[in-house]
Design a protein around this ligand. Sequence first.
Ligand code: GAL
Length: 438
Amino acid sequence: MRSRTVASAAIAGLVAVALAACGGTTESGGAGDANAPTTALQTKAGGAGGDVGVFTWWAAGSEKQGLDALVKLFREKYPNNKFVNLAVAGGAGSNAKAKLASDLQNNQPPDSFQGHAGAELLDYIDKGQIEPVNDVINALGGDKVFPKDLLDRLTVDGNIYSVPSNIHRANVVWANVEVLKKAGINEVPKDLKAWMADMDKVKASGVDTPLSVAGTWTQVQLFENVLIADLGADGYSGLFDGKTAWDSDGVKTAVADYKKLLGYANTASDGDDWPVATDLVINGKAAYNVMGDWAVAQFNDKGKKQDQDWTWFPTPGTDGVFDFLADSFTLPKGAKNPGGAKDWLMLVGSAEGQKAFNLAKGSIPARTDIPASDFPPYQQAAMKSFKDDTIVSSIAHGAAVSLAWNADISTAISKFYVSKDEAQLVTDLVAAAKKNQA
Ligand code: GAL
């Protein structure tokens, strides 16, 4: 109950996040409320020493490059510490979260783990699995350097429970420039209908699967994009606080549109991770992929250039909306090396760490004091959009719904991928909301 109150307050405040994150005014002062612990951060030059086990799902390929950028700096700044990479492969934490849950359950926590700001982090807080890190956030500059409302998404009862590393946008279409050219497409489609008309043109030009998808979580993300397009930002946000019914006409329209979109897509197997889908665009086997902006790292990794090889636009029907998610790092209860973990958290939250990490990752810094001009064009556009657009929370990436609700939605979407039974999907989504909503 407590966590849900915090989550909806945070959703309401996200417009302010957007303003703050882009250099708008923020209230000064330390993070957390006046009663929060104010212990000064005890740090040792060169680091606390010992192994520092960090758990993420940035295990391979372009995903790992952001982590590597942080690890390089960690080794330079904290030579006493030994970074131990506990990454478990699988985009969106599709395998990692189960392993993490069992490690936490068995009192074998890593020294720090990746968690999504919002509902997902509140799960760990409610279970008492993570410690407050107010001292770290305060030492980093508190809400002078982090948007106050982003900190709210990491806070319960005045205590802040993680250090945010980045902000990703989840409603982006990535497109192959050459394939579009060949199909005679020169304009950004204004809505889903116009986009599907373009997909017909792509098909006519000889590309059988204009849209690429991968395993279940990428389908959940595609579906969330369609929900935003068909319900609008307010209608979509209402799905999480009970204001929008999961069997409303808008959701039914979205389910029908989602089914039509799948009709343009390749056949995915559940084990396909997101790079499989993004690579179909890179290789010209598909024109479009709806993916978070970690896709930028994949284009870079394959030597592909913006405008020349790839282009992007907000998912048609969602222009003016920023589908938000943020990664953050925690201090688990019972961590073997809390001092080393705090060194890691200080690096993750530092301006230098955020610049290096986000340049490699495709996301934008959570900190407000890193100049946009330090970043390439896509990220500059994302920063502007985060400032100007209406912010909504991602389902697939832990911002809008708890781990359990996300799991139930994923099961429903996975079932639908096979059955294509629209009424059943609506029934399953209603049941998932009923089971998990406050
Ligand atoms: C998200 C995560 C991103 C990226 C993506 C694909 O959940 O927040 O940083 O890693 O999954 O794996």
